[in-house]
Design a protein around this ligand. Structure first.
Ligand code: ATP
Ligand code: MG
Length: 499
């Protein structure tokens, strides 16, 4: 019963799914939830009334029938069914209850029928037989609106029983006939109808009240959400920077908290975008300014010696190279910021790849007398984008050379397990101060700007490296100690896993 009610309720709720408004749903749920009890109450009351009215009617008729049955016995009616007084009584009973009385004798013959139809006919029914056996019965037919009652006509005779101490007088009941009475329950049903009409009116009034109340309740429940929406609107329109003035409900508090967190992240993103744009402009402007200064100074002088021209032109060419490098780096970074679907993955011999990188960088290392050492623990073949990974590892080795001391070394070590391969790039150079480590992967970040300018760099190398490694679903970490050296460790899956 409980589960069927629950499933009906769930069905009703699921039917409500098409309604998108939460307020409307709350409104409908309250109506449904309150309608069911009023309906149950209405039917409960009507059923109760019907049961009670029917049992009262049965008791009343049975009483009357008993008295009448006595009269029949006393007046020996079964032998003399033409007795006017008794017939009048029988007729009175049937008229009173808008029904019918049939008197049946021991031979199952109807000696009297107030309808006058069945007189002389044999009437054998289960109820009549049971009544002769001493069991009177009643039956309510709610569909056809009548009650059928059987009452025994009982003769009480005195019998003498012989016992050891003499004759003892005892009475014995003998059923000599049956009264089969049908009474109409039309008036009970009329009462039920009147009562139902009243209950319906009452139910209608209650439903109107419930609809009004649930409308207000749904409005009241949704009010905090409306306030949150309007507060978000104010933030959107730029009147407020975050939501603060909304009533403290746990649910709305969660929404506001999440929204403010998103706002904070957006602010951070916006700040970093602004910083990036200003850094880019600054970096791009620097070589241009130098070139302008060089060109202006040549312009200002008359009869400039050719050697000075050549020297200034070399400087200008250097600045153009620098500008070119910055633009290329920025382009690589933008490419790496895109999704990993831009990766051109193929099976690559990582040993060969590293050897090629070191071969290319050897001349630069030689300039500073820096030893390039390669340690390969095993052969490694992995699914990677060779161009991007080469760029990433080259940046690390380049840094190892750039931020090193005379006669230093850069050691590259390749190893693998069954899942990942690792490349460690270790140097014994100038190292990175502890407080700078968390920033080195940021775009344009350089530990010592003056130092780096002398060495030449834009601070984009590690940002590019990190992006390339993340695109391969790998990781990069760094360990460094100022004045003793730095180690970058890269870990990448052997098999490329697309998300
Ligand atoms: N191996 C290293 N040893 C010491 N410092 C390093 C090392 N690698 C990076 N750094 C520091 O981190 C900073 C950022 O490095 P990153 O490679 O991103 O930029 P960069 O080398 O300055 O310029 P570029 O864009 O030309 O690579 C460097 O400026 C340097 O200060
Ligand atoms: Mg670098």
């Amino acid at each position: 019963m409980k589960t069927t009610l629950l499933s009906i309720f769930q069905k009703i709720i699921s039917r409500l799914h098409f309604v998108k408004s939460l307020r409307f749903r709350i409104f409908m749920i309250i109506i449904v939830v309150s309608y069911v009890p009023t309906l149950m109450m209405r039917y409960g009351i009507l059923q109760n009334y019907e049961n009670r009215a029917v049992s009262l009617r049965i008791a009343e008729v049975e009483n009357q029938a008993k008295i009448l049955a006595n009269h029949l016995v006393v007046n020996n009616y079964l032998q003399n069914p033409n007795l006017d007084t008794i017939n009048a009584e029988l007729l009175q009973l049937s008229t009173l209850y808008d029904g019918r009385v049939i008197v049946i004798d021991q031979n199952f013959t109807a000696v009297k029928d107030t309808y006058g139809i069945s007189e002389g006919k044999t009437i054998i029914s289960e109820e009549v037989i049971l009544c002769f056996k001493g069991k009177n019965s009643n039956h309510y037919d709610s569909h056809n609106h009548y009650i059928e009652i059987t009452t025994p006509i009982t003769l009480t005779a005195e019998v003498g029983n012989e016992t050891g101490i003499g004759k003892i007088a005892e009475t014995e009941n003998q059923t000599i006939g049956v009264m089969l009475i049908s009474v109409s329950t039309d008036n009970i049903n009329t009462n039920i109808q009147v009562l139902d009409e009243k209950a319906q009116t009452l139910q209608l009034l209650m439903m109107i009240l419930v609809i009004c109340l649930s409308w207000f309740a749904s409005k009241l429940l949704m009010k905090p959400f409306d306030k949150v929406t309007s507060a978000i609107g104010e933030v959107k329109d730029g009147f407020e920077s975050e939501i603060s003035d909304v009533p403290d409900y746990v649910e709305t508090e969660h929404i506001i908290h999440a929204f403010n967190e998103v706002l904070k992240r957006m602010k951070v993103l916006d700040e970093s975008r602004q910083e990036f744009v200003s850094n880019v402009s600054h970096e791009l402007k620097t070589p241009l300014t130098s070139m302008k200064v060089l060109a202006d100074s040549l312009k200002a002088q008359e009869d400039v010696p050719v050697e000075l021209y050549q020297e200034f032109m070399l400087d200008i060419a250097d600045e153009i190279d620098r500008e070119n490098k910055i633009i290329n780096d920025l382009l690589s970074l933008v490419k790496m910021d895109k999704t990993s679907s831009d990766l051109n993955v193929e099976s690559v011999d990582i040993n060969q790849m590293i050897e090629a990188i070191l071969k290319r960088l050897k001349p630069i290392a030689d300039q500073k007398d820096i030893d390039l050492i390669y340690e390969s623990v095993r052969e490694v073949n992995a699914e990677v984008d060779e161009v991007k990974l080469t760029l990433a590892i080259s940046n690390l080795v380049e840094n190892g050379i750039k931020y090193n001391k005379e006669h230093g070394y850069v050691k590259v070590r390749l190893d693998a397990d069954h899942q990942f391969f690792t490349i460690d790039v270790e140097d014994n150079g100038i190292g990175i101060p502890q407080e700078a480590i968390e920033h080195i992967f940021e775009r344009f970040y350089r530990v010592d700007k003056s130092h780096s300018k002398k060495i030449g760099g834009t601070g984009l190398g590690l940002a590019i490296t990190r992006n390339a490694i993340l695109m391969h679903r790998g990781a990069i970490k760094v360990e460094s100690k100022p004045e003793s050296g730095t180690t970058f460790s890269v870990k990448i899956p052997l098999t490329y896993v697309s998300k």
